[in-house]
Write a protein that binds this ligand. Structure first.
Ligand SMILES: Nc1nc2c(ncn2[C@@H]2O[C@H](COP(=O)(O)OP(=O)(O)O)[C@@H](O)[C@H]2O)c(=O)[nH]1
Ligand SMILES: [Mg+2]
Length: 450
């Protein structure tokens, strides 16, 4: 990390290249004053959004000015955002002018780091931002969002206050003899420990589920019964054990998985049971739940619709849905899906016949594009979760010591010490006790301007 946290920092916060708008962001005590040197504007005590002209060194640009005085800003410092025409050359010139007016160029992730240091975000949320910026697949985006919206942090806060409560009880009990009224019975201590252990196990399970290691992205074939999903599955995966194909609804029950080579890399293709509006038995309802869970996990969904008798899925704006217009070899069918339905599938449409083998390369290209095209990388954001899991396991080890201590009637001050170990491990996740070099490693992965 370069420079001091007393500096006012500045960076281009929008993506490189041309766009309608480019954003120049300043944060720090002098943000208002520096802004007033470049604009006909004076900082105020409250939030302001105005139009003004950015003016300096011959550069005169229309600017939309967003003034967010601290602490009601992302960094909790005074923040000024200048929205300028999104042209790379103009943005660089404007940045140079603002730097000359007294700002320092921000380091990688320095805005988010300041938000963290000023208590605006805990470390897990900051990591959520990082993971979201780096996410390359739908699953990685979902994992990042869960972190960003505090899923882990909420669990940790509740855990921590319970561990603190138990430790306070242990420490208080030190001062009392058994006969005194202030003594806390062992059964109550054990019950509280049990609750903490359960919550910790839940937090661990949640974190493992959130970012479950998975080697291949998941592509799910979904659609009504008889759409042609299983036939397509067999044509694409060419597995030794093909899926059952039957001109009768309900032939696919369990989800089948097969590996499918997409442009040199493997994805896991899943064949699911056809979507049915009504279920007649408990088994059918379980089959439907299984298929729905698989669709929910999908990085890319191939929505198969039979051109002979189209049954349409509920509209959705997810960017990972491809319409597969199937069985186009059948006589008399429309070789292309109706125009008015296409917009429901943001990732486009493909027409195919699994039996004739037509349209299969186009499906492959569509899936490849959804997965991120050439930049498709299976695991960009891995590594954050490992830090959390290690700390949660370390907290679990401390709690195991606490339990043994209770069972062996160890002195309560020793037990309190183990509880402190659990608290320390939990605090490390939130960043309260995180070493400087680890913080630098985490924030160093951000881009400049974030
Ligand atoms: N003509 C033709 N029939 C197909 C094609 N794909 C599937 N079918 C037939 O449609 C019926 C249902 O196929 P299936 O793959 O089991 O559909 P699923 O229920 O969606 O898995 C079967 O009789 C298949 O032979 C295709 O591309 N062309
Ligand atoms: Mg089937």
């Amino acid at each position: 990390m370069v420079g001091s946290s007393a500096d006012t920092i500045c960076a281009i916060a929008s993506a490189p290249g041309s766009a309608g708008r480019g954003v120049l962001r300043l944060s720090g005590a002098a943000a208002g004053e520096i802004g007033s040197r470049c604009l006909p504007w004076k900082p105020t005590g409250g939030r302001v959004a105005i139009e003004a002209r950015f003016d300096g060194q011959g550069l005169n640009l229309p600017a939309f000015v967003l003034w967010m005085p601290g602490p009601r800003s992302f960094t909790r410092e005074d923040v000024l955002e200048l929205h300028l025409p999104g042209n790379a050359y103009l943005m660089q010139r404007a940045l140079a002018i603002v730097l000359q007016a007294g700002a320092r160029l921000a380091g990688a992730g320095e805005f988010t780091r300041r938000a963290f240091l000023n208590g605006r975000l805990d470390l897990t949320r900051a990591e959520g931002i990082l993971a979201l910026v780096q996410a390359q697949s739908r699953q990685e985006r979902k994992a990042a969002t869960a972190l960003l919206f505090g899923g882990l942090q909420e669990r940790l806060s509740s855990l921590r206050s319970r561990v603190d409560g138990l430790r306070a009880l242990c420490e208080a009990s030190l001062d009392f003899d058994e006969a005194d009224t202030g003594h806390v019975p062992g059964a109550e201590l054990l019950e509280r420990l049990q609750q903490i252990e359960t919550l910790l196990a839940e937090a661990l399970a949640w974190e493992i589920r959130r970012d479950a290691p998975r080697s291949e992205p998941l592509v799910v074939l979904a659609g009504a019964p008889n759409a042609g999903k299983s036939t397509l599955f067999n044509a694409l995966t060419q597995t030794e054990v093909p899926a059952l194909v039957e001109n009768e609804a309900g032939s696919t029950r369990d989800t089948l998985h097969g590996l499918w080579n997409v442009q040199g890399r493997y994805v896991r293709l899943a064949d699911t049971a056809g979507v049915q509006e009504t279920v007649a038995s408990d088994l059918e309802s379980q089959v439907q739940n299984l298929a729905a869970a698989e669709r929910d996990r999908a990085d890319c969904m191939l929505c198969v619709v039979n051109a002979n008798e189209p049954i349409w899925p509920d509209p959705g704006s997810d960017e990972h849905r491809v319409l597969v217009w199937s069985q186009i070899d059948s006589p008399g069918v429309n070789p292309e899906p109706p125009l008015d339905r296409r917009a429901d599938f943001s990732a486009g449409w493909v027409a195919c016949s699994a039996i004739m083998g037509t349209g299969l390369p186009a499906i492959l290209l569509a899936v490849h594009a959804v997965l991120g095209g050439d930049a498709w990388s299976a695991h960009a954001a891995r590594g954050l979760s490992e830090r959390h899991l290690q700390a949660l396991r370390s907290a679990q080890e401390s709690l195991d010591c606490v339990r043994r201590g209770f069972e062996q009637q160890a002195p309560l001050d020793l037990i309190a010490e183990d509880l402190r170990g659990a608290t320390d491990a939990l605090d490390g996740i939130a960043g309260r006790t995180t070493a400087e070099d680890l913080l630098s490693k985490i924030f160093g992965q951000f881009c400049i301007g974030k």
